[in-house]
Design a protein around this ligand. Structure first.
Ligand code: HEC
Length: 76
């Protein structure tokens, strides 16, 4: 749902979204899919109750967040 906020009509709204969000849309979409996959895995792993596996998967999710911000979000 949050991705709806990145519609082309919002391009000129002041935000931390870099222009690549609107030009490299395939890669931006890929980042969204990757995030969804890793979060789905996190849910599955958390049901296993294996704490170390859960921690490792949280880091995997975090990597996807950072990976996308690296390319698509203005440096803070
Ligand atoms: C597919 C790309 C992508 C992924 C994956 C992604 N983000 Fe972002 N995120 C962005 C972009 C682009 C912005 C800048 C948007 C803006 O300033 O309006 C942003 C902004 C943010 C902000 C600042 C929001 C604000 O109002 O200033 C936070 C917090 C954030 N992301 C957290 C996360 C977390 C946590 C994850 C992983 C669970 C994540 N993001 C995954 C693209 C992504």
């Amino acid at each position: 749902m949050p991705w709806d906020g990145f519609a082309p009509s919002t391009r000129d709204v002041k935000s931390g979204a870099l222009p690549a969000v609107y030009t490299d849309t395939a890669k931006f979409k890929e980042g969204q899919d990757r995030l969804r996959n890793e979060i789905t895995r996190l849910v599955a792993i958390s049901e296993s109750g294996d704490e170390d596996a859960v921690k490792a998967q949280i880091l995997a999710v975090n990597k996807v967040c950072n990976g996308c911000h690296e390319t698509f979000r203005e440096k803070q």
